[in-house]
Write a protein that binds this ligand. Sequence first.
Ligand code: OKP
Ligand code: ZN
Length: 383
Amino acid sequence: MPPPIILHSPQTLLHHSVELVGHKLIPAHECADRVQQILKALADNGFAVTECDPPTTGITKLSIPECIHSQPYLKHLETIFDQFLNSNMVEEEGCILPECFPHKKLLETVHPTAKGDIVTGKDMGNPELPSDPYAHLGYYSFDMSTGMSKHTFKSAIASASLAVKAITIMTADTFPASGAVFALTRPPGHHACHEIAGGYCYINNIAVAAEYLLSRLKPEPPTSSQSRVVILDLDFHHGNGTQSIFYNRREPAYVSIHGKGEYPYYTGFASERGNDDGEGYNHNLPLPARPNSTRNDYFGVLDTALEIIRETWKPEYLLVSMGFDTFRKDILGGFELDIPDYKEIGARIRALGLPIAVFLEGGYEEELGSLAVSFVQGLTGED
Ligand code: OKP
Ligand code: ZN
C-alpha cells in the first residue's frame, strides 16, 4: 500500500492560547509546535506532506452545516476576540478566557426544560444573553482550556478545511480501496459541540468531515444495522463533542476508547448508547489510565472496537480521531503504550480494508513526531 496522503495547512499554526492549571496560567499544552514536531519527524522518515491552504471564496470555500455548529456559535468564534480587543479588554497578542458558565443548575429553576449538559450537547435552555463579551464567551465554552487569540478562528477554519479536503481525496475514484489520508488538523476538534468550545477544540473537524462525506453518498439509507460511515475515536479523552453532535443519528456511528473517569469527566460512560434513530450507534469503551490497565488490555479493547465496526456496523468508510495522548509518557493522559504500539494500531485499522481518513486530535509529549511516524508506518503496512 502507498503511504497515506498527509495534509497540512500553515494557517493551522497561527492559533496560540493559554490554559489554567491549578492556580497557574500557562501556555496551552496544545501548541503549534506539536504539528511542527510531526512534520519534522515525517520528513526525517521520508514521508511526503501535501500543503494546502483553505480556499477563501468560491464553491470549495468551507461551509459548516447547521447540524454541526449553529450560525450564532460560528459568528461568536469569528468575532469574540475583536470584541474584547475593541473594548480594550485584551491586547493584540493576548488571549481571552471565559469567566462564568451558564451551569445547568443555575438555569433549571427558571428554565425547567433546559438540558444544559455536554452529554446530549443540547442548548442550555434559552437565557437572554447580555451583550457583555464575557457572557458570550462563557455561554459558548465549557472549560478554561479553550482560550482564544487573534487568529484562533482562522486556524480553526483551516483545520476543518483540511478535514474536508481529506474526504475529497478519500472519495476520489483513484483512491485505493484500503488507502488512508491523514489530516494534521490543529486545533483539534472532538470536544467541540454544536454550540460549545472546549478541550482546545473550536470546530469539530471530524464531524464536519463526516457530514460532508454523508452528503456525498447516495441518499438511499442502508438497511438492517449498517452504518455507512463510522467514527473511531482513539484519543485518550472522550470525544464528547462528536458523540453529542451525532447522538440521535445512525450515521455516522461513533465508537471511542478513552481514559475511564478522565477529562471531560461527565461523558464517556458505557451507558451512553445513543438516542432515537441513533440508539445503539454510540459505543463508549472506557479503560482505566495507566498504570491501572496494561498494553494487552488496550489491544483487547481495540479489537472489541474493530469487531463492532466490522461485524455490526459494516461501514463503507472509516474516520479516525487520532490522539497520541494514549502514550505512556503523555502529560495529559496515558495508557501503557509505547512508540512501536502505534504501528500496531495503524496496522490493525488498516486490516479492516476500508478507505480511511485520519484526523489529528491530542498528543502532548516530545515524542509526538515518533508516535505519528510509527502510526503512519502501520497504516502503510511497513514491517
Ligand atoms: C484535549 B484532547 C489542564 C488540563 C487540561 C484539557 C484537556 C483537553 C484534552 N488545564 N484539560 O482530547 O487531547
Ligand atoms: Zn486528548
